[in-house]
Design a protein around this ligand. Structure first.
Ligand code: HEM
Length: 244
């Protein structure tokens, strides 16, 4: 068996500790729910407490960048934030086995809301990506994330319409791993900001921020996708095969 075959071959047996519903799985799920709620409260809700101009005056998030953007881009930012926030909070409910088995209708409806939120959040993300203060890195990093977010959501929907439940689960894991970049971005950013201090290097906020922000447009989602693929194999779901 070559290395490539081994990488794309799905693992059929899942270790007991990682089985859905196991203790590690529950701890992981609870962590995801709590961090998703915290990030929505901390980074999305403030955009609905005042105008962009006022928020820019208080230096809130990326308001200073977007306060000067055309109304179309500002509208896309709000649509993106609403879609991202709904997807982030609704997503974990879909991985809750109790809800899937006891209330399949609720699972279907939340799934429609989730995928609708991904659709508007992804289109909004595509529109605002060229305005990113990270320049080309922001454009390509966030742009690729938006495209993959839309494509994986579409594949998850197509799979369940065909009745392919394992395929649907695998695509939803990939899709939510990308949604969760809304959280991982905000974990990486402070870590990268403080890294020079830990390494005893000279530190100045603007330089440290520019440096950190040049990495996060890719760092916020690439490791998530790798983790998702690992989880998919561990659960014995169909892992991704490159089209030949
Ligand atoms: C997964 C696909 C996502 C893509 C492609 C994406 C894309 C973007 C882009 C391009 C920006 C502007 C960044 C810049 O100008 O440098 C942005 C900002 C923002 N996004 Fe997302 N994002 C995604 C997920 C999420 C999620 C799940 C949330 C939920 C909270 C979210 C909430 C926000 C917020 C609040 C901002 C404003 C910036 C801030 O204050 O932190 N995004 N996003």
């Amino acid at each position: 068996m070559t290395l490539v075959t081994r990488l794309i071959e799905p693992v059929r047996t899942a270790p007991a500790l990682a089985r859905p519903g196991g203790i590690r799985s529950r701890i992981g799920w609870t962590f995801v729910v709590l961090t998703a709620i915290a990030i929505v409260a901390y980074s999305a809700v403030p955009y609905f407490t005042a105008t962009l101009a006022d928020l820019a005056g208080d230096d809130v998030g990326l308001a200073p960048t977007y306060a000067a953007a055309p109304p179309f881009v500002q509208g896309a930012l709000y649509v993106h934030i609403v879609g991202g926030a709904i997807a982030l909070v609704a997503g974990p409910l879909q991985f809750w086995r109790g809800l899937r088995t006891r209330a399949p209708r609720a699972h279907r409806w939340i799934g429609r809301v989730y995928l609708g939120a991904v659709a508007i959040g992804g289109v909004g993300g595509l529109i605002i990506a060229p305005s990113s203060p990270a320049g080309y890195v922001g454009f390509f990093g966030f742009g690729a994330l938006a495209v993959l977010w839309l494509v994986t959501g579409w594949r998850a929907y197509r799979a369940i319409r065909r009745g392919d439940v394992p395929g649907h689960r695998a695509w939803m894991i990939r899709n939510y791993a990308l949604t969760y970049s809304g959280v991982t971005l905000r974990i990486w950013l402070p870590l990268l900001l403080l890294a020079p201090l830990v390494m005893g290097q000279p530190w100045e906020f603007d330089t440290a921020f520019a440096n950190a922000y040049a990495a996060v447009p890719f760092l916020c989602w690439l490791p998530n996708l790798v983790f998702a693929e690992w989880l998919i194999r561990r659960r014995g779901l169909p892992s991704y095969r490159l089209p030949v």
